[in-house]
Design a protein around this ligand. Sequence first.
Ligand SMILES: Cc1cc2nc3c(=O)[nH]c(=O)nc-3n(C[C@H](O)[C@H](O)[C@H](O)COP(=O)(O)OP(=O)(O)OC[C@H]3O[C@@H](n4cnc5c(N)ncnc54)[C@H](O)[C@@H]3O)c2cc1C
Length: 497
Amino acid sequence: MSILIIGGGVAGLSCGCYLQMNGYQTEILEANTVPGGLCVAWDRGPYVFDGCLRWLVGTNPASSFHRIWGELGAIDGRAVQDHDEFLRVEGTDGQALSLTTDLDQLARDFKRIAPEDSALIDNLMRAARRCAPLDPPERPLELMSGREKMKLLVRYFPMLLTIGRWKNREFATYLAAYRNPFLRQALMAVVGDGRMSALVLVMVLGWRSRKNAGYVAGGSRAFANAMADRYARLGGVLRYNTRVASVTLQNGRATGVRCADGSALPATTVVSCADGRTTLFKMLEGRYLTKQLRYAYDHYNVFPSLFQASLGVNRTFPDAPWELSLALSRPLVVDDTTQHDHIEVAVFGCDSGLCPAGKSILIVRFTGSFDYWAKLKQDRPEAYTQAKQKLLQEVIGIVDQRFPGLARHLEQTDLATPATFERYTSNWQGSIQGWLPTPRILGRRFPRALPGLKDFFMAGHWVEPGGGLPTAALSGKYVAQMICARDKKVFTSSSIP
Ligand SMILES: Cc1cc2nc3c(=O)[nH]c(=O)nc-3n(C[C@H](O)[C@H](O)[C@H](O)COP(=O)(O)OP(=O)(O)OC[C@H]3O[C@@H](n4cnc5c(N)ncnc54)[C@H](O)[C@@H]3O)c2cc1C
């Protein structure tokens, strides 16, 4: 009998790889036909439209995440692109601001447009410099001895005060202290959501300055395939088209799973790396919910769901920034509760590995109401298709104004909605990254093992608030370490020989 892992996203693949490294036989059950979960891309003619990877924490070889990527074989042999200008923000009045990874330069550029905010800018850069070296613990806290915890405290000591100060501030409140509206717009473009903790801004600037958040050529598909390949080479079995309906239980232990097709698979241990709500409320029928978990699922915010317009263009845009936050002269109305006064545009050339030479891909992302679009899709599929078409045309019109000639050279288009992300990965409310890191949630620990249920674990972005690819991978590793500890095995890991 093997350990069964539900979900072949990054967390599931990571957990599978580390368990295989430690002598366990595992099998991953994945509902889809490809690995990666949200870390996915799809083909349209000669273009690969990437639905995820834009920046990957752990591209700096000195970072502990880099070691994880090495162990999982996720980025080996592929070029990492670290753009000095990681974001350009453009206003409606022709004003533009380059956000660079050099914090001294960034401070100068911020002060040039907003001298009145100099004190806040200096304070922000100090915090980003201090927190830049922050790396997560190598083992989950619940496995650490008192001595290890002390060592960790010493390691984190220089940044503890800064983290504490910034973590508990809501980003929108922090932003309101800036007097310059254009700088406010630029900082909002970095964080994306005013409800998040202000620490997110500090960490993003810190990672960027450390050259620890680059783009890896080949994008999501190459990344997920490389991990799936590593898993197969370690002897793991990945079973696609297999949706798990429930976890089978006996005397307070997980003993296997029942699949949607009715088949039952026995297991020594079950790890769910699938959507947290589906796992707790459906697969386990709500039996092992603690008061805290129920409260979290009733009250906490999740990352908003996204639209992604993907445009394949038969020309290049050599002067285009890597990533652009574009202010709109009139709002983009998305649904009955959402409209935007700016959108994010990412430009991929052939060096991204996603399109041939002479062509480009533009990816436009903005949030929308999951409830509205999921209901429309379910109740009125034709109206849903028409609404998508209309929205896509509007987006093309906006982008064509900024990149003249784009519409004429457009060869392939696609619009993914919040309903698409949910349908494809089952993530609750189409969340792209699990829990939103608000001051209340950031740093909170969700249980990886449930009280009263033995031989069952959870990993992935629903147990590590903040989410993202590195966190999902780390979470899978933590659970592998917990299983080794349960079995009194010394955990080992290795990079590809
Ligand atoms: C548009 C977008 C852009 C992003 N950009 C970045 C980025 O640039 N950098 C970054 O670090 N992060 C990014 N993220 C976030 C990142 O993709 C996620 O946080 C991460 O991939 C989560 O991994 P996971 O394994 O925890 O979950 P998932 O990827 O959701 O994997 C769960 C898997 O479980 C499977 N599953 C679900 N239910 C079942 C079932 N019942 N039976 C069997 N299988 C099941 C799903 O099919 C899926 O494969 C982005 C996300 C999106 C959507």
